[in-house]
Ligand binder design. Sequence first.
Ligand code: ACM
Length: 439
Amino acid sequence: MRAVAGDAAGASHAAQSLRQLLGPDAFRAADIHRGDWALPCGEVVDHPRFPWRGVLLDVARHFQPKAAVLRFLDLMAAHKLNVLHLHLTDDQGWRLEVPAYPRLTEVGAWRKGSWTGRQVDGDPTHDGRPHGGFYTTADLREIVAYARARHITVVPEVDVPGHSQAAIAAYPELGATGAPVEVWHAWGVSEHVLAPSRHVIDFYKTVIDHVVDVFDSPVVCLGGDEVPTKQWRPDQAAALGLDSVDAIPGWFLRELSAHVAAHGRRTLGWDDVMDHEGLVPGVVIGSWRGEESGVAAALAGHDVVMCPEQHVYLDHRQSDHPDEPVPVGYLRTLADVYAYEPVPDALPEDAHHRVLGAQAQIWTEHLDSPRRVDYAAFPRLAAFAEVVWTPRARRDPAGFAARLVEHHLPRLDALGVEYRPPGGPRPWQTRPGVPGRQR
Ligand code: ACM
């Protein structure tokens, strides 16, 4: 047996391929020291199609404990995925310890409950179960090192200027109104946004200083998605030399991405940032609202990560089975995910290189435990992993479906992954009496 690789990541991929060839027992930690392994004869020549084979894990809506994140990194490595985008801050929780601002986690990491009602029902009720948690700096350094040892880059996200109610709950002067608010217990998009002030920029520069100290990723995500403007006043925009409040999100991005750049890192922004004038050159665009913004960004000379919600949002429900547990709006089957093509048809060939790759997104409003994350992620993440690894011409839906059942689900069983079985939902996922939740 001989493995030859171009770099250390390649050697690690080769080791994963060998593990796959050894059979499912090679994925069971207790069996790995067995002596009688046999490999079939053959030659594997392989390399990944895209450099960015990512997964977003939302640890803000429901905190995922450190052990769950480390396990998730092992699962990513087993699927040769190499970017973990950690969504660390949102209206419902701030999960990143920042020594200069202890209230971000003392206050911002905790909420009094989680929404159980439906968004359409108006005033949200919550389940009365306090929820929270955060990663210490030591936790995050451990996560980054663990990822690095598996050739995975952890991309941190600090979302501004919307999705910031937890930060405002901790430090009300960060908010556009200055009024006290609680960490939000509802889902959706909070109207509480950051104040367009020097104080807020300086505060977030200090946060970014800490983030770049802890995370070694060449890219830092500043979010920028879904920003309500109703709390901002025209005179605040004018004071910044802007025509209207609609330009304030772009101002935030310019100010803070310059600080990210001063640290020698690049900013990733959700495609909403393209709605504003003066987009900073070099910002990487996460194309989530569809493919069109990814095409526009690539044509404008931006690198893009394709993560359109119509294809790779793994919080969407997996089937129309009546017991399917996660009633987030849309149906996204395993076959749908396998059929996704990261390079949009509308993108001219000379801009294909702008597509760094794609990213599956696991938002956790409805995933309140690592078990539920397992269920949402797998086996769709295995389909996604093949999409970002395999050349388009070699993709084979029928072959994937057969290999999944014969070879891969047994590996996931050995790893203890509670994936969605092909036959229907797992019984423990169904909770009678809980009204259907929606985003
Ligand atoms: C997003 O789904 N709001 C990026």
